[in-house]
Design a protein around this ligand. Structure first.
Ligand code: 5GP
Ligand code: MN
Length: 336
């Protein structure tokens, strides 16, 4: 499908668009999908938003956030939206794994699938793809998409707030993945709509509970493990520790990044004991491939410098496995 065919499909009066965000959603997948939602709604295109599980508090303020169908909570509505869709958008992910338990239903509907994403190694089943790992965020790609589709006249404040949030969160407030001038050109255009950048920052980053801040203090003081030989640092938390700090969805956000501030550290991990698995987030500096470790050893993947994964072993065994990987993996030795 080329861009004109996509446009025709989209503008068909019977079109039913379904925008899909990935599991454990972040600011980019939510911001990018909501931006498309606001554009399409202005054009009277029937559009729904679907995400596998609930999203964190710090994204709930986003314009249109309440329109998302959270599949885990509303399975019937989710299945109906999937079954009736005539066009799917995969936003900020590029394979079925990232939509977890809804992937089976989505796979049953043969309607065209559009990909807008910036992760490496996209699957090949898409009918139309805008996929570029060089771009800061999917939200930045959405801007290019609406430009290409000639929908830029629909870029209002709501759309700009959503896209700005996506770019800001995926670049850690323009501290990484943001060296391309185009990222700032796009951002400049978003600011011209009159959005309040400082307010958006405040809503996203100054929104932690007191107990989460104390968890961070506990983490830095008591739980930080630095392995100088492997230029690695990590935190790990048992379910019991998390309970003590009243841990909520999204509370881990940003914590793994603090470890990168330790002199000499190139690779950082946060390891969190969940009910049925152990969740891991990886960050790295320079060419150290965090996504390689996530994919090869921990059922995950992601970007070179920001990746995620999980382990089905106990917390203790997961940490032991990590240490063994650091010691034995040949690919990463050259970065130490
Ligand atoms: P976070 O640590 O913020 O949860 O995730 C960082 C990045 O890693 C995300 O932007 C996403 O690209 C990737 N990621 C996180 N979890 C997974 C996973 O389970 N599978 C894959 N393929 N990528 C993941
Ligand atoms: Mn992203």
């Amino acid at each position: 499908m080329n861009i004109d065919e996509l446009k025709t499909k989209l503008l068909n009066p019977d079109a039913k668009v379904l925008l899909l965000s990935h599991k454990n959603p972040d600011g980019d997948t939510i911001g990018a999908a909501l931006a498309l939602y606001h554009i399409f709604s202005q054009m009277n295109i029937a559009t729904k938003l679907l995400v596998p599980n609930a999203f964190p508090d710090f994204l709930k303020w986003m314009p249109g956030a309440e329109k998302f169908i959270v599949a885990m909570e509303h399975q019937k509505d989710a299945n109906q939206a999937i079954a009736e869709a005539t066009l799917f958008f995969f936003v900020d992910f590029n394979n079925y794994e990232r939509i977890d338990f809804i992937s089976k239903e989505v796979g049953k509907n043969n309607a065209p699938k559009v990909l807008i994403d910036h992760h490496p190694n996209p699957d090949s089943f898409f009918d139309f793809a805008m996929s570029d790992v060089k771009v800061s965020s999917t939200s930045e790609l959405i801007y290019s998409f609406i430009e290409k589709m000639e929908f830029l006249d629909k870029l209002n404040k709501q759309v700009a707030e959503c896209l700005f949030t996506g770019i800001m969160t995926d670049t850690g407030c323009f501290s990484h993945n943001s060296s391309r001038p185009e990222t700032f050109e796009t951002t400049a255009h978003l600011l011209k709509t009159g959005i309040d950048k400082n307010k958006i920052y405040d809503r996203v980053y100054n929104n932690f509970s007191e107990s989460r801040m104390r968890l961070l203090g506990y983490a830095l003081y008591e739980k930080m493990v630095v392995l100088p030989k492997y230029h690695t640092a990590y935190f790990s938390f048992s379910a019991e520790e998390l309970k003590k700090f009243n841990f909520q969805l999204g509370d881990e956000e940003g914590m793994v990044n603090y470890l990168l501030a330790v002199k000499g550290v190139l690779f950082t991990i946060i390891i969190i004991e969940k009910k049925s698995y152990v969740k891991m987030s990886f960050r790295s500096k320079g060419l150290f491939p965090a996504n390689y470790i996530a994919k090869r050893y921990f059922h995950g993947g992601g970007h070179l410098n920001a990746a995620g994964g999980k382990s089905y072993k106990s917390l203790k065994e997961t940490i032991e496995k990590l240490q063994t990987v650091l010691k034995d993996d040949k690919t990463i030795q050259k970065y130490f």
